[in-house]
Design a protein around this ligand. Structure first.
Ligand SMILES: Cc1ncc(COP(=O)(O)O)c(C=O)c1O
Length: 387
């Protein structure tokens, strides 16, 4: 596998970057693309980008040679995939509305339905379509190793996917694929156990299928991920069932590819040292609250580990807009950059204009070393979101 060397952190001048700003490093993105390309070559699977996790379309020209296309969870994401990435457009949504479905049908190559009632509702439109669109059904294998209910599509009463008992063998005509998504930041051993559940519950359906979409949640580009096992598992599945395999990762696309650069606006004291930053966990890192997780800061450590501990807060008036307690070697200074690590996946796609605080710019650190600001937000963007 060719592996692009990622740009060393020490060579990056964060202090002179605009703040606040999301910064994507192209060398890191290419590094991930090369791993995904290797998986496709060795396993025979197709990999598409889940736009819900990563939609930074200015970077799509770099990604296009490596991936087959995109997967969307809505009409607007499907529009974005067709418009900015090209290749195949796959769509899965928990339910499609009558008004949006005809447009989805014009854009999509694969449409996965979440229920047999949705399939029955839209099947006549697929049959009448002049374009060849493949239809799939999302299944719920009722097996998940996700500990957080927020990210577990197999929780009791889950609306996501058809369970074995609800499956309608009699309505399969016209369905060419199965789709499941039950993983979240998991290794390939979890996928292997999940496939056992898929075979146990839906093995009788698989011989009729042309493709199976293994969803996202494969942490393929993370350190410690067992790529060899993934390749073996996919090859075995393809050979055993005679199906094409599709993976649609979000997080693995842009895992550790960039940062949220912030700066210190003020320091104060109330029982402990405090600092106010020009970013907000609520508006700019909402995924850290939802998951939840504590974002790492370059050069920062757990409270008390280094000489100077601060509670870092956002620049909004929300009392709970607290990023956490971090320690540093030296006292924080006004204007000093604090760089949050791994802030590209699910962060940028979820930001809001809450409180009207300045929205982070979007910048790309190109492979040739230049920093290009590809998007700046203005008062007009803030005003235009509402009416
Ligand atoms: C249906 C589906 N596919 C793919 C993904 C991407 O998952 P991840 O970003 O964990 O790889 C998700 C994430 O929620 C999903 O719901």
């Amino acid at each position: 596998m060719t592996q692009t060397q990622v740009r060393p952190l020490e060579s990056i001048d964060f202090q002179s970057m605009p703040s606040p700003a999301f910064v994507l490093d192209e060398t890191r993105l290419r590094h991930n693309m090369e791993i995904l390309e290797y998986v496709q070559q060795e396993s025979g699977a197709s990999i598409i980008c889940a736009l819900k996790g990563y939609s930074l379309w200015s970077s799509f020209p770099l990604m296009r040679p490596y991936l087959k296309g995109t997967t969307a969870s809505s009409l607007w994401e499907a529009e974005l995939g067709a418009d900015t990435f090209g290749g195949e457009v796959h769509v899965y949504a928990a339910a499609y509305g009558d008004a949006e479905f005809p447009r989805i049908l014009k854009l999509a190559h694969h449409i996965s339905f979440n229920s047999f009632s949705q399939w029955q509702r839209f099947k006549p439109l697929l049959e009448a379509s002049s374009r060849k669109v493949e239809a799939g059904i999302r299944i719920n294998p009722e097996y998940s190793e996700n500990k957080t209910p927020m990210y577990d599509p197999c929780v009791p009463f889950s609306r996501l996917g058809v369970t074995k008992t609800e499956f309608r063998f009699d309505l399969l005509e016209g369905i060419s694929g199965l789709h499941f998504h039950t993983l979240s930041a998991k290794n390939s051993d979890t996928l292997e156990r999940t496939l056992e559940a898929v075979e146990r519950n839906f093995g009788h359906v698989l011989p009729q299928m042309k493709w199976v979409n293994f969803g996202g949640g494969h942490a393929i580009t993370a350190e410690g991920y067992d790529v060899g096992r993934l390749i073996k598992v996919i090859r075995n599945f393809r050979e055993k069932w005679g199906v094409d395999v599709i993976l649609e990762p979000g997080e693995a696309i842009d895992w550790r590819t960039g940062w949220l650069v912030s700066s210190v606006l003020d320091t104060l004291h109330n029982g402990m040292d405090l600092a106010v930053l020009d970013v907000s966990i609520s508006a700019h890192m909402p995924d850290a609250l939802e998951m939840p997780y504590r974002p790492d800061i370059l050069g920062g450590a757990e409270a008390g580990e280094k000489a100077h501990t601060y509670q870092l807060g956002g620049g909004t008036c929300l009392a709970g807009d607290v990023i956490g307690d971090y320690s540093f070697d030296k006292p924080l200074e006004m204007g000093q950059r604090l760089v949050f690590e791994d802030m590209i996946h699910y962060t940028m796609v979820k930001t809001t204009f809450f409180n009207g605080v300045k929205h982070p710019d979007i910048a790309i650190l190109r492979e040739n070393g230049t920093l290009e600001v590809v998007r700046e937000f203005s008062y007009q963007d803030f005003k235009g979101r509402l009416s």
